[in-house]
Ligand binder design. Structure first.
Ligand code: OFO
Length: 173
């Protein structure tokens, strides 16, 4: 049986994943407003991916017989100083999420909850990819100076991001 401490911590993480989904959707809205539809598309796909991250924990808790409790999702910001600033904020956010996941894995080890630790290891690996993806975009935009030409090129590139797969993102908990 999952401890109440672990249950509370995972419920909190579901909330963090849904906040992630919400903040990326807010970034998509901001980028749409800047007429950067390709970048907005990338953020929309990221928002979907975060929803699946939340669902993976949701399904795992149900499988373990732990009680899922959904909490209110905080308001995300609405504006950023520039498109580059929105991606820099995304990178900052992913670093925060990595920290959360590491703390959860520490708790699972402390509680000797091997099954939960095993699920969390998927997130540990996923966070490496999450940070690397955004970091790559930030670095390219910074390298190209973040001006009109750079935005035009990145907008085209980011328009091709495929939808996240339910199998790789939410399956196999
Ligand atoms: Fe759920 O990985 Fe990003 O936040």
């Amino acid at each position: 049986m999952m401890s109440s401490k672990m249950t509370d911590a995972l419920n909190q993480q579901i909330n963090e994943e849904y906040y992630s989904s919400y903040i990326y959707l807010a970034m998509a809205a901001y980028l749409e407003d800047q007429d950067l539809e390709g970048m907005a598309h990338w953020m929309r796909m990221q928002a979907q991916e975060e929803y699946l991250h939340g669902m993976k924990i949701f399904d795992y808790m149900i499988e373990r017989g732990a009680r899922v409790e959904l909490k209110a999702v905080a308001n995300p910001p609405k504006e950023w100083d520039s498109p580059l600033a929105s991606f820099e904020a995304a990178l900052e956010h992913e670093r925060f999420m990595t920290d959360n996941i590491n703390k959860l894995a520490d708790l699972a080890i402390e509680e000797r909850d091997h099954a939960t630790n095993n699920v969390l290891q998927w997130y540990v690996t996923e966070q490496v990819e999450e940070e690397a993806n955004v970091d790559g975009i930030v670095k390219k935009l910074q390298m190209m100076g973040g001006g009109g030409q750079a935005l035009f090129m990145m907008d085209r590139e980011l328009a091709s991001r495929p939808a996240p797969s339910i199998v790789s993102e939410a399956g196999g908990a």
